[in-house]
Design a protein around this ligand. Structure first.
Ligand code: NAD
Ligand code: UDP
Ligand code: UDP
Length: 315
């Protein structure tokens, strides 16, 4: 059945891949974005599709549309961008969640929330399981994002309990792939752009901190699987690739893969930067039969190809 699906943040990195997949499945997609970190380039190839519609709108304001499903992705995800206007970041997560939940309640739509591994803060349980309550500094520079996303989770579960809204909350771990912004500030795009231009690779701290990197196609398959799951599968559910790497290992991989002449340069570690992050994905395996299929090397090759193409077109 063709569903009318709203994707907030649909012109962003993950949102544009999601819109693409939903259209591929035959749905009618309404993409809502204020273009803070999203771009029209990300969705330009979809505009010819009569079942794709775009609306410039900020989710901190009410939105009255008639849809069957909502994916709430609107929120800058890179530390550089979410710390640029931290008050707006919290408003986007909190007011955005209230508005989208109010909409879901009114039209009885199923609603998915793009939450984050950042709700675990700098975790002292490793790998992170969904029952771990996290270790977030409420007043640090990352709090606008972390606490905004935590409050959004609270709102999702309260609308579920109080108003019987059908919710799906995914805790997304670091995801990478084509259509990340070249100046996004996140580690994968930074390292690849630096390597391709033979500029120094900027490692923050000593590079011993870890992250687990999920390729975008795997993640989007997880989103769709979660939305299709029975309504008791509310989450919160970790979605990510359990392969864990130090940032130094990532830098070395990218340099080797691109045959770059870049040297590594070390810079101060930003405040509250988590020292380790790795998802326990047993819940997603059990309830969605989901696990990532794309290994880091394979995903990096595709991402490097995207940035190479971008550089070629811009020179
Ligand atoms: P992104 O910055 O590329 O996309 C976010 C999109 O939201 C952009 O298109 C931006 O313009 C839009 N947006 C921001 N504020 C808005 C507002 N007030 N109203 C309407 N649109 C707004 O980031 P992404 O990586 O695609 O992340 C998408 C979602 O997934 C975010 O909610 C993010 O927190 C979550 N997430 C992503 C990752 C990751 O590794 N990519 C990890 C954890 C969580
Ligand atoms: N809302 C919206 N679209 C809708 C329905 C509601 O944007 O279709 C917003 C509305 O502006 C409100 C919020 O969602 O501020 C929460 O709605 P809810 O019905 O839960 O609360 P109330 O309207 O009682 O404040
Ligand atoms: N990082 C780095 N160099 C960069 C960008 C990021 O060493 O140019 C580090 C950053 O300090 C963090 C990790 O890489 O430890 C992942 O950073 P990112 O901003 O991608 O995501 P997050 O910290 O939100 O997981």
């Amino acid at each position: 059945m063709r569903k009318r699906v709203l994707v907030t943040g649909g012109a962003g990195f993950l949102g544009s891949h999601l819109c693409e997949q939903l259209l591929e499945r035959g749905h009618d997609v309404l993409c809502v974005d204020n273009y803070f970190t999203g771009t029209k380039d990300n969705i330009a190839h979809l505009l010819d599709n009569p079942y794709f519609e775009v609306m410039r709108h900020d989710v901190t304001f009410p939105l009255y549309v008639e849809v069957n499903e909502i994916y709430n992705l609107a929120c800058p995800a890179s530390p550089v961008h979410y710390q640029f206007d931290p008050v707006q970041t919290t408003k986007t997560s909190v007011h955005g969640a209230i508005n989208m939940l109010g909409l879901a309640k009114r039209v009885r739509a199923k609603i998915f929330q793009a939450s984050t591994s950042e709700v675990y803060g700098d975790p002292d349980v490793h790998p992170q399981t969904e029952d771990y309550h996290g270790n977030v500094n409420t007043i640090g520079p990352r709090a606008c994002y972390d606490e905004g996303k935590r409050c959004a989770e609270t709102l999702f579960f309260d609308y579920h309990r109080q108003h019987k809204v059908d919710i799906r909350v995914a805790r997304i771990f670091n995801t990478y792939g084509p259509r990340m912004l070249p100046n996004d500030g996140r580690v994968v795009s930074n390292f690849i752009m630096q390597a391709l231009q033979n500029q120094p690779i900027t490692i923050f701290g000593d590079g011993s901190q870890t992250r687990s990197f999920c390729y975008v196609d795997d993640l989007i398959r997880g989103f769709l699987g979660m939305m299709d799951a029975p309504s008791e599968v509310t989450g919160p559910m970790n979605l990510g690739n359990p392969g864990e790497f130090t940032i130094k290992q990532l830098a070395e991989k990218v340099v080797e893969m691109t045959g770059s002449k870049s040297e590594i340069s070390y810079h101060p570690l930003p405040q509250d930067d988590p020292t380790q992050r790795c998802p326990n994905i047993s819940a997603a395996k059990k309830h969605l039969d989901w696990e990532p299929k794309v290994a880091l090397n394979e995903g990096l090759v595709k991402t490097v190809a995207f940035f190479e193409d971008l550089l070629r077109r811009n020179t």
